[in-house]
Design a protein around this ligand. Structure first.
Ligand code: CMC
Length: 428
């Protein structure tokens, strides 16, 4: 590679492939014309070496443990910003001033109510349905209620749909929780912050006043910031792929939610806390580490490892500190946190985890905090989806506005039967 061109020799033919440079990060070899010129495809299952788009939103340096949103380090945003400010930043590209932020918060808070008819959807589910199953259904159903913001060619409608999604997610997530508890739905209140409003809709009951604890509100807001976006991960790529066909934003976010649910992705926070509870006591950790290392055992340490981070996950660092702070402030002593800390220490010293560069990820400590706040494990991935909606809509908007955008249509390496003649059933 050099001088902005990569040389490829294929089937006796030499080809020059352009090399593109970003503002930071690895160069990319532009293979868009490769098939036309050579008749060959590239092969990259899991997209480990493939840039699927150009983006200005989030940058990750996996070796250095760096995560930037629009250039701002995640540690600074988690410590100094608010989820609403980060949402504005991701959507619009710059930090808002006081007036713009107030206007944005006002707009979001005026979209928090959902069509009353949507409550009927919840009643169609079993009470013990997983809340992510409910979320897949009700978010997809939003397109049946908000037709007036489904014309993706109109930037104004795209922005309204984005605001609606960010605003309605807490309401719909809280309703999923309330439904599982057999409690009445709680309507949003516009005088509360985004996060306080969500906590109230989740935990308030009509029988008494609910006062939001500022320690819990701050911890929840930090968790939302840490989950807001993460470059072209599986669910974001799903949203982009769904959107590339021109599907409406509500349908695209429903697709993202379905993808996020998997235990290798957003479902890992639920799986991590369940695993820590199953381990129960630090004395049983070596048994679980041995299982994670055993090739014949499918068990993996949940909340460990990452496709991109090979040094540490900066979000896990922030959350590890926050877990101790929150539990201290709330006066909770949770043996699960002791198990998590011990497991982290033992795994980080183990050659298997060192060799494979496996570190705690964002899902390792978030569950300890969410459980201290009072959420059941089944709600953890819902909270991830609530926060990630901001990243999804930002990435979806960026894609739709990109003049190079095309329908996503990967090809394949076909290894099945070659052409053969049909044999009638009685002759087989
Ligand atoms: N425990 C034990 N071994 C592991 C783990 C783990 N958590 N993660 C990876 N490995 C091993 C894996 O067996 C493989 O070994 P070998 O090379 O001998 O076959 C090697 O490390 C590489 O793993 P991989 O599956 O090829 O790596 P990947 O980049 O495809 O997968 C991952 C990344 C996050 C899916 C994986 O590390 C994992 O399954 N972790 C547990 C689930 C988890 O915590 N997911 C949350 C990710 S962060 C939040 C999010 O994205 O939503």
């Amino acid at each position: 590679m050099g001088d902005g061109t990569a040389k490829l020799a294929l089937n006796g033919k030499d080809m020059d492939l352009p090399v593109m440079a970003g503002s930071v990060g690895p160069d990319v070899v532009d293979i868009r014309k490769l098939y036309g010129q050579s008749g060959a495809f590239t092969y990259d299952p899991g997209f480990t070496s493939t840039a699927s788009c150009e983006s200005k939103i989030t940058y990750i340096d996996g070796d250095k443990g760096v995560l930037l949103h629009r250039g701002y380090p995640i540690e600074q945003l988690a410590e100094q910003s608010s989820f609403m400010e980060v949402a504005y930043l991701l959507l619009n590209g710059e930090l808002p001033n006081k007036g713009t932020l107030d206007k944005f918060v006002y707009t979001i808070s005026r979209h928090t109510m959902v069509h009353e008819q949507l409550a009927q959807f919840y009643r169609g589910f079993r009470r013990d349905a997983h809340p992510m199953a409910i979320m897949c259904g009700v978010i997809g159903a939003l397109s049946a209620f908000y037709h007036d913001s489904t014309d993706i060619t109109d930037p104004q409608q795209r922005m309204i749909a984005s605001h609606r999604l960010i605003a309605k997610m807490p309401t719909l997530a809280a309703m999923a929780y309330k439904y599982s508890q057999g409690q009445p739905f709680v309507y949003p209140r516009n005088d509360l912050s985004y996060t306080a409003n969500f906590l109230r809709m989740t935990f308030a009951v009509p029988a008494e006043d609910y006062v939001v604890d500022p320690v819990i509100e701050a911890a929840m807001d930090k968790i939302f910031i840490l989950h807001a976006d993460h470059e072209q991960n599986a669910s974001t790529s799903t949203v982009r792929l769904a959107g590339s066909s021109g599907a409406n934003p509500f349908a695209c976010i429903a697709a993202g939610i379905a993808c996020l649910w998997g235990p290798a992705h957003g479902g890992a926070n639920e799986a991590a806390l369940n695993m820590l509870r199953e381990i129960g006591t630090p004395s049983r950790i070596p048994e679980y580490i041995a299982r994670a290392k055993n090739k014949d055992d499918p068990f993996r340490l949940m909340g460990f490892g990452h496709r991109v981070y090979k040094n540490f996950d900066p979000r896990a660092k922030v959350l590890s500190k926050a877990a101790s702070e929150v539990l201290d402030k709330l006066g909770i002593s949770d043996p699960v946190l002791d198990t998590a800390r011990e497991l982290e220490q033992l795994a980080l010293k183990d050659q298997y985890f060192i060799d494979k560069k496996l570190y705690p990820n964002v899902d390792f400590y978030s569950g300890v905090i969410l459980s201290a706040i009072g959420f059941p494990t089944s709600m953890f991935t819902v909270l991830f989806a609530l926060a990630r909606t901001v990243g999804w809509v930002a990435q979806w908007n960026e894609m739709i506005s990109d003049p190079d955008q095309k329908i996503g249509r990967p090809r394949q390496l076909y290894v099945g039967a070659t052409q053969r003649d049909y044999v009638p059933c009685d002759k087989r």
